[in-house]
Design a protein around this ligand. Structure first.
Ligand SMILES: [Zn+2]
Length: 402
């Protein structure tokens, strides 16, 4: 362990510790093609080139760093550098830093890969800017239609196509990239655990078995905008009140559907004035469950509960993204768990780029224990010892696969 620290491993987390700090939300806000995210990409490029890796950005904004010649049947290891608003330091960056460190360790040991290898950073994993999670891997694999993606807008109304152009990409080239996809033989993602299972098991590292079915829906409420003082309380058509009742209905629906998780974490009022009854309110629903049917059932239940919205307002429910239950390649997971001395296999409620790719190619994930059990929050954490155990595990697996 101490020799790992002596070799400067995991220093990458310190190097980016000041990038994208969010004073209002606390933690980090690192969103696609915004200054902090550009800074992280520059850091990644510099770090990878220092290891002699050849860095390229594909036509969907994902950044690859090749160890040796790019080619087919590569072992590709990576994660993401963007964050949710006010996110933690480990969700994403731990996987990227650990991948670079595992390569550095193998190089230092004189290991020579027998197949191509790359470290990959996916763009917009959290969907914090354009609303669709795992956008980079969805575009790469064709899991999202290119025209649909190009028309996505951020909070300022900028389309993905416009933002891509500003970032130096050709918007016409966004979408399924078969040539890039065909190079991946196996994709491996290390990630901080976003729950408490490893704490309970007393283990630093696990492999992933599956990901819950999950998606995002836009709940829109419209009413009558009006003056907060001059409008009597009776007869108001206040969409904020309709939204408040709907949010309580979301919780009730999730509690009535065992195993389901439903959350409203973002709400927007139009026009958004303290002395103004809003004319419209949008709330975003995140719903998840063990199976596709269970997730669909809870959303159907929520939709039914919104049929007669409060206050005489109108309500609509629009699906923004959907990912069915993901089962990671069981043979690969078993092989990797064995190579690591029999580590446990865990299901997770969090979505990942690895989950998007799992539908198309052999994919595996490693989780590193998070002693707070909290994620998407500044309280997310991993001890240095557990991070080092993660790098060692990646090192072992790359030796096994390369
Ligand atoms: Zn993540």
């Amino acid at each position: 362990m101490p020799d790992l620290i002596a070799h400067g491993l995991l220093a990458g987390l310190d190097e980016i510790a000041d990038t994208g700090r969010d004073r209002r939300a606390a933690g980090y806000s690192r969103h696609l093609w915004e200054p902090a995210e550009h800074e992280l990409r520059a850091w990644f490029t510099e770090r990878a080139e220092r290891l002699g890796l050849a860095v390229e950005t594909d036509r969907n904004g994902n950044t690859w760093a090749w160890w040796g010649e790019p080619g087919a049947d590569a072992v590709v290891v990576g994660s993401h550098l963007d964050s949710v608003p006010g996110g933690g330091a480990y969700d994403g960056p731990l996987g990227v830093v650990s991948a670079l460190d595992a390569v550095a360790r193998l190089q230092a040991a004189g290991f020579v890969p027998s197949r191509p290898c790359a470290v990959l950073v996916f763009a917009e994993e959290e969907g914090s800017r354009f609303g669709v999670a795992c956008l980079g891997s969805r575009l790469l694999s064709g899991a999202i239609d290119a025209d649909t993606a190009r028309a996505l807008t951020d909070r300022a109304g900028i389309t993905l196509a416009e933002a891509a152009k500003t970032a130096g990409l050709n918007p016409a080239h966004l979408g399924r990239d078969q040539a890039a996809l065909d190079r991946i033989g196996i994709f491996l993602e290390l990630h901080v655990e976003q729950g408490r299972r490893l704490i309970d098991l007393g283990e630093p590292v696990a492999v992933a078995s599956s990901i819950l079915a999950h998606g995002r829906w836009r709940l829109s409420f419209t009413g009558q905008g009006n003056h907060a003082g001059a409008t009597p309380m009776t007869g108001r058509r206040d969409p904020m009140v309709a939204a408040a009742h709907a949010i309580v209905a979301v919780q009730k629906a999730a509690l009535a559907n065992p195993g389901a998780r439903a959350t409203v974490g973002r709400i927007e009022a139009i026009p958004g004035g303290t002395n103004v009854i809003p004319s419209a309110v949008t709330a975003w629903l995140d719903a998840r469950a063990d199976t596709d049917d269970q997730a669909r059932a809870v959303v159907a239940d929520i939709t039914a509960r919104l049929q007669a919205p409060h206050s005489g307002c109108a309500a609509t429910v629009v699906e923004e993204s959907w990912t069915g239950t993901v089962t990671f390649d069981p043979e690969l997971a078993a092989r990797l768990a064995l190579a690591l001395g029999g580590v446990p296999a865990l299901a997770t409620g969090a979505g990942h780029d690895a989950g998007v790719l799992a539908a198309r190619l052999p994919t595996a994930m490693l989780f590193v224990r998070n002693p707070t059990g909290i994620s998407h929050s500044p309280e997310e954490f991993a001890t240095l010892a557990d991070c080092l155990a993660g790098v060692e595990a990646l090192d072992t697996l790359l030796r096994e696969l390369l």
